[in-house]
Design a protein around this ligand. Structure first.
Ligand code: NAD
Ligand code: ZN
Length: 241
């Protein structure tokens, strides 16, 4: 590896927030009041029953508000403070990277803490929990408001996506942390990074569709393994050409 080129991109998914107590959508703990979150986080579900979808988001906002970023989020802040540049591309909507103090963050799927009008498309931040009225309404035109997140079946903001592609192609180390790599297009980013010559590492307790294509796979939790990688493995990467 070229010692002078050490720009790091970290792609993060729901797994990085598991140790903050925020469940992923998968597995036995993934159901909310008997509903599969993959079925609720959709435009169709919101069109059918906006109040139900809002109650799901209120629950998620409450969980996130009651907890905080964990060691993995803090290690990424430390990496950014030590090395420049580091870019975080996150699929998470919990806002924990920004809360922890990371500055260079692309929130691909939006944020639980922003709302968007379904009529005039105005966006605004609202961190109150609980929200006073559900479903929430637009302060400008009083139309129905929705969480400013990207739901299954919706397209990503092209500006964010282009920024993610650009950073990925320029990275020399690409970390894929706590993501199942089945949600596209984020799942393609580690492969794109590798095609462009990055050293690619996956940190996940479980196998994923991209595991076999990575230069290195670290099986374990993000909170434990990212800090260990940064202290022990990263310096060794700089010593090899
Ligand atoms: P996902 O596709 O990001 O998969 C979660 C991954 O985390 C799995 O591969 C799992 O093996 C891994 N994992 C579990 N515990 C871990 C740990 N301790 N350390 C590292 N990895 C761990 O997530 P999903 O739940 O299918 O969510 C799909 C989409 O829903 C996400 O892309 C996101 O937009 C949204 N979501 C966000 C949050 C959040 O903001 N915290 C939580 C759930 C879902
Ligand atoms: Zn409006």
């Amino acid at each position: 590896m070229d010692r002078s080129a050490k720009s790091i991109v970290a792609l993060t998914g729901a797994g990085i927030s598991v140790e903050s107590g925020i469940p992923t959508f998968r597995g036995p703990d993934g159901l909310w009041q008997g509903h599969d979150p993959h079925q609720l986080a959709t435009p169709l579900a919101f069109a059918r029953d906006p109040e139900l979808v809002w109650r799901f988001y209120e629950w998620r906002r409450g969980l996130v508000a009651a907890s905080q970023p964990n060691n993995a989020h803090h290690v990424l802040v430390e990496i950014e403070e030590t090395l420049s540049p580091l870019t975080i591309i996150t699929q998470n909507v919990d806002g924990y990277h920004i809360e922890a103090g990371s500055e260079n963050v692309i929130e691909l799927h939006g944020s639980l803490w922003r709302l968007k009008c379904t009529h005039c498309s105005q966006r605004w931040e609202d961190r109150r929990h609980p929200l006073p009225d559900l479903p929430a309404r637009c302060p400008s035109c009083n139309a129905l408001a929705r969480p400013d997140v990207v739901w299954f079946g919706e397209t990503l903001d092209p500006h964010n996506l282009n920024a993610a592609y650009k950073q990925t192609q320029q990275s020399s180390i690409f970390l894929s942390i706590g993501t199942s790599s089945v949600v596209h297009p984020a799942a393609e980013l580690p492969l794109l990074a590798r095609q462009h010559g990055a050293y690619t590492i996956e940190i996940n307790p479980e196998n994923t569709p991209i595991s076999g294509f990575m230069d290195e796979v670290i099986r374990g939790s993000a909170a434990d393994e990212l800090g260990r990688w940064w202290k022990e493995d990263y310096p060794k990467l700089l010593d090899t050409d």
